[in-house]
Design a protein around this ligand. Structure first.
Ligand code: DGJ
Length: 698
């Protein structure tokens, strides 16, 4: 990878990705200013842009263009990315450029405060196979005696070209309703997207996309960013009345402080950005490719078809019941059997036992080893649910270590789902969590952990610690470290990220997990929208999707088994229904559909995804892989009983012919692209289709 280009006269750098470029410069007062982010430019062209410094309109307006990481101080009135307080109370920062390093797609720009011992480094990294630009910062206290208080330290600020107006796409939700895509005009105001929950959250996701209001699924310029962080976060979007649109983001929510000790350096998480000229679909595909190439630990591995016991048995797990379920699961083609909550301590409901991580002897008289051995004997891998960050007050762990939870002096310990949050920022608590997980995995031949976290932080204090807000960041880092160590010591172990469904979905957790439990809502109609939002950033191979019973436990909606399968087959397929109650016909149909999934799995999990829109309520996803294009189409309701018009496809060769191996029908690529694929959907609501198209050699 070639290093960024540098023009010394203007102190201008140009980072190049395969089809975009990004330029920054240092101006006369040593401020790092944004120059360009978008279509590819030469250094000379970027230089022309760098000459344009917006003029101040009056003494009430800040001078200069947008900054790469604005501080407090001087005539700056927008949201600061970095806020500090030095030991003498000074808060303003004044920079002096202190050099740069550039190498193989990497650039760092160093800035020193002109008076105080603070160094800021802006980091940029690009890859030769991706248009994603990774940015982060480090701040270093170079003093030998005094701490520096950090009040905000963002990873990056991003800037859009000056245009008339912009639209922001973002994800909203809640428990059972995650990842709902919203599009809204960017207000001339400061708009905050945040999580104050200690987890990424169900409610907002640190992914945003911007367009000028004209982009569509397959056309238009889109700028998008994603923060690789699994704790609290904040992104502040600012459109000023002069029309400048910027957003700054990083870990931690407002009001937290961090005392940077003498000699200490804080490194922020990556805040990645992507410019694409091919619409929201191209943006998602570029993110999916980036996640596969640069984030996931095992992107090339097929995700196994899993079975999870949660919806079937709830907390009523025991050896006999799970063994029976495992036998049924193996019979229909499941490859990984996961025992969910309820297998340990006194955990017979959600009110007790969390924290006591030894198998419940009444429920598992032989421990877990015999179940693990039986699951392996059946040819499946064995997985187990854990919730290492939490504790029920009614547990031996809490009785022994009441000080291990996040809490504050003289304050109630707010229980949510009858549980409290362990403070893993404490080295002793983190060591305990790692030790039992390590033992559990080693002693029970565990192939897969579902790592859950079922409540947000409250009273997040650390009595006795002189810098207690640290726990908001150190807790998440400890989770990362424990996962990283487990993976390193148990190379075969795979991990599912879960936080009461999709409450912890981000690029930070994906760097050490293999899939995400998308939502506790397994209703296939709701899932279509949830999966649509999820797919904006995340690839199908990490999107856990189960087929459960009908009527659905969350919505009471009744849907055919085939429809439930077809929706779940657009992700990493799992089964979560009570197989003991499925009829022979249902088990037979499930067996056939799982076998079909395994045939299309390379396309779904390792192909390129296209979101397709049909007529009425018809939506679909197409996966292109080698000579195949696999379509999964869903029609939740059919007003007036009409068959929707043929579904127009994309990404096919107009000159090629495609064959449907199930019906023998052949289609020309041009017709599929322009007129569409006729779908013969079954009568009634909740109709769906799976069509494979294989390119025929001419
Ligand atoms: C929340 C998860 O999302 C569910 O799938 C299940 O694991 C429960 N927690 C268990 O308590």
């Amino acid at each position: 990878m070639s290093p960024p280009l540098f023009e010394p006269r203007r102190r201008l750098w140009l980072l190049r990705t395969p089809s975009t470029s990004y330029a920054v410069r240092i101006d006369e007062d040593d401020t790092v200013r944004h120059v360009h982010w978008g279509a590819a430019l030469t250094l000379e062209q970027a230089g022309e842009l760098a000459e344009r410094t917006p003029a101040a309109g009056s003494s009430f307006d800040a001078v200069g263009g947008a900054e790469e990481l604005a501080v407090e101080g001087g005539a700056r009135f927008g949201p600061p990315s970095l806020q500090v307080r030095f030991a003498d109370g000074t808060r303003a920062v004044e920079w002096r450029y202190a050099g740069h390093d550039a190498d193989d797609g990497y650039l760092s720009i160093h800035l020193d405060d002109r008076h105080y011992p603070l160094r800021l480094t802006l980091h940029y990294r690009v890859h030769e196979d991706s248009d994603v630009i990774e940015r982060w910062t480090t701040v270093e206290n170079r003093d030998e005696r005094l701490p520096i208080t950090l009040r905000r330290c963002d990873s990056a600020a991003w800037t859009l070209p000056g245009r008339g107006g912009y639209r922001v796409s973002h994800l909203v939700g809640g428990w059972n309703s995650e990842f709902r895509l919203r599009r809204a005009e960017v207000a001339t105001a400061e708009t905050v997207f945040t999580s104050r929950r200690g987890l990424t959250s169900h409610h907002a996701n640190p992914w945003l996309a911007f367009d000028d209001g004209t982009a569509g699924e397959e056309h238009g310029e889109v700028w998008s960013t994603a923060l690789a962080w699994s704790g609290s976060w904040r992104i502040t979007l600012h459109r000023d009345p002069a029309g400048r649109t910027t957003w700054t983001g990083g870990h931690g929510h407002e009001g937290l402080t961090w005392s940077l000790a003498p000699g200490e350096t804080l490194r922020t998480p990556v805040f990645a950005g992507l410019f694409t000229a091919g619409g929201f679909g191209a943006a998602s595909r570029a993110w999916h490719a980036y996640v596969a190439r640069h984030v996931l630990p095992h992107p090339g591995e097929p995700r196994p078809v899993l079975y999870n016991s949660w919806e079937a048995t709830g907390f009523d797990v025991d050896e006999a019941g799970q063994t029976a379920l495992a036998a049924q699961a193996a019979r229909i083609g499941v490859e990984l059997f996961v025992v969910d909550d309820g297998w340990f301590g006194g955990r017979v409901g959600d009110h007790a036992g969390l924290g006591d991580w030894t198998p419940n002897p009444d429920r598992f008289p032989h421990g877990l080893r015999s179940l693990s051995a039986e699951v392996h004997r059946l040819g499946m891998r064995f997985g187990l649910w854990v919730e290492p960050e939490m504790v029920n007050p009614d547990s031996d762990l809490y009785r022994a270590h009441p000080d291990w939870v996040m809490h504050m002096a003289n304050r109630e310990r707010t229980e949510l789902r009858h549980q409290l949050v362990l403070n893993l920022a404490r080295p002793d608590t983190a060591a305990w969590a790692h030790a039992w997980l390590d033992r559990l995995v080693a002693e029970h031949d565990i192939d897969y952990l579902k790592w859950d976290a079922n409540r947000p932080f409250t009273e997040a204090g650390w009595p006795g610690h002189d810098d207690p807000d640290r726990l908001w960041i150190e807790h998440t880092r400890a989770v990362y470290r424990i996962m990283d160590r487990l993976r390193a010591d148990h190379p075969g172990l795979r991990i599912e990220a879960c936080a009461g469904g999709g409450g912890r979905a981000d690029l930070g957790i994906l760097a050490r997990t293999d899939q995400i439990w998308t939502s506790d809502n397994t209703d296939p109609v709701d899932r279509i929208a949830i999966q649509h939002g999820f797919s904006q950033l995340f690839p199908a191979q990490v999107m856990g999707a189960w087929v459960t019973d009908s009527p659905n436990v969350a919505t009471a909606r009744q849907t055919p088994l085939r429809f439930r399968f077809h929706v779940a087959m657009a992700g990493a397929l799992g089964v979560g229904g009570d197989l003991a109650t499925w009829t022979e016909d249902e088990l037979k149909e499930a067996t056939e559909l799982i076998a079909t999934y395994k045939r299309i799995r390379p396309a779904v999990q390792h192909g390129t995804a296209y979101r397709l829109t049909g007529e009425g309520t018809l939506t679909a996803v197409g996966f292109a892989h080698e000579d195949r294009f696999v379509v999964l189409a869903w029609c939740p309701s059919r007003p007036y009983g009409h068959q929707p018009a043929p579904l127009r496809l994309t990404a096919l060769d107009p000159g090629a012919t495609y064959r449907d191996p199930d019906t023998g029908a052949t289609y020309s690529g041009a017709v599929l692209l322009r007129s569409g694929l006729p779908l013969s959907l079954p009568e009634g609501d909740h109709a769906s289709a799976l069509v494979q198209l294989i390119r025929i050699e001419d």
